[in-house]
Design a protein around this ligand. Structure first.
Ligand SMILES: [Zn+2]
Length: 482
């Protein structure tokens, strides 16, 4: 009598709750885990040997720009090769839907790729349907973006939305939530959103309340007005009583170095009165569209893509400027539209933020960049290998918790993020001795080391350093309290 489809034997289970590892078999039937413990050897159809390996829940990438990649590169190799089994897309105010654009997407919508034709979903539900018809390899939770709505509703962006425009954006948030979104995001330092005052954002976040939605805030400023911007995000969450995620928490620019413990104290204090979470990525450099305003002397910037100069992807901006005999800012202007990596974070702050017990891990990876920030391919193995094992920032059990049960509880993804009977069979198996990121800033697109096998809803998607071609991903619903 065969009872289980697959049994993973001889591994050490880290179950995602933060509990210490233990030796157990993990039995899987269809898309669920049926047993964790000792399993009768006559009852399974297929055995996977996990000797020497950790068996953990698949990782949740809580901060991504994978909206289009889920459709255009559905194997999602940069993610599954890291052990990621679920992603949250639509961050920083930029979502693929609901917006139809015939032309080349203007910045920052080109975070989702600069080719025309991908923004073609008039309704959020059409995007959801497209993903259902052509599923990706990973599960996905979807946010609807403020900047996308501004581009849908407004004719210019250097002003606040008029009352009628705001009402239409509220209707779109409401519709997106009914059609499958889990929340709303902003990117308030992007040029097409900077003119949006707090009063524009408040009713859009409030529109989430009847749907138990979540607000993910790339807040107004990560530089000289960092504290003010965090206060604004907290105030929006407090006033609307909607859970607030502070996106890619960081203290950018030399003037902010050392502020990490202070901003964390502000967030910690706020947590006493409101629902606040945060995410971060494990690198001391950030990445977004190229902003000539940030091309100041002494700031190291690497070009990740450029429409007029595609061959310059991967080159340093100051070298390009030298070659052209102009200032870095002038070179940046000539490279637009373009993307960049900014080497402007302090390693001690990065560590303080990662070490904070409520910090979730989100890659913020940009899958369409020609020369992407290495976080796209390396975030999760880097936390496990570099920061947990090599730097001792926290235990491996705690590293896994940050990537699994902490985010699934925060987002309300029921029956995921833990290895226990009844949970979905999203599994990452890795070697605790070798696991690490392999990409660098000069050669970023490299699968991680030590990820042995990855399973999504009971289907093996990655094994022996190869994608299996399976695409079993499903849309994730938000079920608070799940
Ligand atoms: Zn962002």
């Amino acid at each position: 009598m065969t009872k289980f489809d697959i049994v993973i034997r001889n591994g050490l289970v880290i179950d995602g709750t933060g509990a210490e590892r233990f030796r157990a078999d993990v039995a899987i039937s269809d898309d669920r885990i049926i047993a964790v413990g000792e399993v009768d050897p006559t009852l399974w159809a297929r055995e996977i040997d996990a000797a020497g390996l950790i068996v953990a829940p698949g990782f949740i990438d809580v901060h991504t720009h994978d909206d289009r990649a889920l459709l255009s590169m559905p194997d999602m190799t940069p993610k599954v090769s890291q052990g990621v089994t679920s992603v949250v897309a639509g961050n920083c105010g930029v979502s693929l839907a609901p917006l139809a654009l015939a032309e080349v997407p203007p910045p920052p919508l080109d975070l989702l790729g600069s080719e025309p034709g991908w923004f073609h979903f008039e309704r959020f539900g059409q995007y959801v349907e497209a993903l259902r018809e052509s599923p990706p390899a990973v599960n996905y939770g979807l946010l609807v973006g403020h900047i996308t709505l501004r581009h849908r509703v407004m004719d210019r962006f250097d002003r606040a939305a008029r009352p009628s425009e705001n009402a239409e954006m509220q209707r779109q948030v409401d519709a997106a939530m009914k059609e499958g979104a889990i929340g709303f995001s902003t990117g308030l330092d992007y040029p097409s959103a900077v003119a949006a005052p707090t009063e524009e954002i408040l009713p859009l976040v409030a529109a989430l309340k009847p749907h138990d939605g979540i607000y993910c805030s790339h807040h107004r400023n990560y530089f000289d007005r960092l504290e003010e911007a965090i206060d604004e995000a907290l105030a929006i969450g407090r006033e609307t009583q909607v859970p607030l995620t502070i996106s890619h928490h960081q203290c950018t620019g030399a003037a902010n170095f050392g502020k990490g413990p202070k901003t964390l104290a502000v967030i910690d204090k706020a947590r006493q009165n409101q629902v606040v979470g945060l995410d971060a990525y494990p690198y001391d450099a950030s990445s977004k569209t190229l902003d000539p305003g940030r091309a100041q002397p002494g700031v190291r910037i690497m070009v990740t893509w450029s429409t007029p100069f595609p061959d310059l992807a991967g080159r340093m901006l100051d070298e390009i400027a030298q070659g052209w005999g102009c200032s870095a800012a002038a070179a940046a202007e000539r490279l637009l539209p373009a993307g960049a990596i900014y080497f402007q974070l302090d390693e001690d702050d990065v560590r303080a933020i990662l070490a904070y017990e409520h910090t979730m891990i989100g890659s913020d990876g940009l899958p369409h960049d020609v020369h992407p920030h290495p976080r796209l391919w390396g975030t999760f193995p880097r936390v496990l290998g570099h920061y947990s094992r090599d730097c001792g920032l926290f235990s491996l059990e705690e590293a896994v918790r940050r990537m699994t049960s902490l985010p699934t509880r925060w987002f309300g993804f029921r029956d995921r993020g833990v290895l226990r009977p009844g949970a979905f069979a999203d599994v990452a198996m890795f070697d605790p001795v070798t696991v690490n990121d392999k990409g660098s800033f000069t050669a970023p697109a490299q699968p991680a080391e030590g990820i042995a096998l990855v399973m999504v809803n009971g289907n093996i998607v990655w094994q022996a350093n190869r994608h299996t071609g399976m695409r079993p991903g499903r849309r994730l619903r938000r079920e608070p309290g799940a």
